[in-house]
Design a binder for this molecule. Structure first.
Ligand SMILES: Nc1ncnc2c1ncn2[C@@H]1O[C@H](COP(=O)(O)OP(=O)(O)OP(=O)(O)O)[C@@H](O)[C@H]1O
Ligand SMILES: N[C@@H](CCO)C(=O)O
Length: 311
């Protein structure tokens, strides 16, 4: 349950009065989600999502919201953020920043296999569109974050885990220094996409977005969407993903060679971020979902063994 900031109907109505989105009909807290407070809001004209940002500062939000508007305008499957009558996206409620978004139809898919082509082509379209997006923000969980976090955590890892992490860093050190870059989503797991009747309706949760290599975004996305029932990346799925992506945005030789190594970087990143989340929050509870770090560690080991590393 993640409604940290309670709003009554008068408060939601009063927020809506600054928009041209129709009159208040109802609102309902969304229990999914961990970081922010989200409500579904119905007006007599629109279905909306109201997000109140519990951790992000006012200063960092314009990048994410303007990116959403840019991608929506460029026909990517990304919910439209709405501007108030004065042109501003962000309002203040109870001292926190908030934004109204379009509510896209559909829901999350459990089995990703049938949706691999759809997500791969959508990602490639996002990459083409972000190439024309001018705002700057570094990707917060890129290689510098991975190295910094590993340096903090490594002494607390078991001996075999320290070896896994060191081998991963050895692989990553073989990456070419310059790959095509732009703004990437950086967290396109299947719980960040909605589908309606087999069709992608929206990619959400852009709050890790920032500048990094497009190939890293491919690696992150592959590592979640192309798994088999045993939670290993299934080669046939990966081939389908790469073919679909390249039907929209062909990759250079360097990018193609980098993807398997960036899959290792992605495995290491999410293993570390899940370990941090587990240490901060304990195991999953009704209030907080903490994803299993062991699963990501196993994936990392398998990715490295397919590159010839024996552990
Ligand atoms: N624009 C939207 N249209 C339809 N449903 C949405 C939209 N945005 C969010 N949702 C729904 O609300 C749920 C919670 O949103 P989200 O996952 O973004 O939560 P969060 O707390 O902001 O982020 P996180 O879960 O990464 O901490 C989503 O799983 C989705 O079902
Ligand atoms: N997608 C992340 C959680 C949010 O960053 C994970 O699966 O660990």
């Amino acid at each position: 349950m993640s409604v940290y900031t309670e709003l009554n109907k008068h408060e939601v109505s009063s927020l809506l009065s600054h928009y041209d989105l129709g009159g208040y009909v109802s609102h309902q807290g969304i229990s999914a989600g961990v970081e922010n407070t989200n409500y579904f809001v119905s007006t007599d004209q629109h279905e909306l999502v109201l997000t109140i940002f519990e951790k992000h500062s006012f200063e960092e939000l314009p990048f994410f919201v303007e990116l959403g508007e840019h991608l929506h305008k460029h026909h990517c499957s990304v919910p439209q953020p709405y501007r108030q009558a004065d042109g501003q996206f962000i309002f203040t409620i109870k001292g926190k920043p908030g934004v109204f978004f379009e509510r896209v139809s559909g829901g999350h898919v459990e089995h990703t296999q049938p949706y691999i082509e759809a997500i791969a082509t959508a990602l490639a379209k996002v990459h083409l569109a972000t190439a024309e997006f001018n705002a700057q923000r570094e990707h917060s969980h890129g290689l510098a974050w991975v190295k910094r976090t590993l340096a903090q955590i490594q002494p607390t890892l078991a001996e075999n885990e320290q070896i896994i992490a060191s081998k991963a860093i050895e692989h990553i050190s073989q990456l070419p220094t310059s790959l095509p870059q732009g703004v990437i989503h950086a967290d396109l797991f299947h719980d960040n996409a909605l589908f309606d009747q087999q069709k992608l309706s929206g990619i959400i949760d852009w709050y890790f977005a920032g500048i990094d290599s497009y190939a890293l975004d491919i690696a992150i996305t592959l590592n979640d969407w192309c798994l088999n029932d045993d939670d290993a990346v299934f080669a046939d799925n990966q081939v389908r993903f790469m073919a679909a992506y390249q039907s929209v945005r062909p990759l250079s030789k360097d990018e193609l060679q980098a993807v398997p190594i960036l899959q290792v970087q992605s495995g290491l990143r999410f293993w570390l971020s899940r370990l941090l989340a587990q240490r901060e929050h304990g195991a999953s509870s009704e209030a907080i979902t903490v994803k299993d770090p062991e699963l990501m560690k196993r994936l990392l080991v398998r990715l490295m063994s397919s590159l010839g590393t024996i552990l």
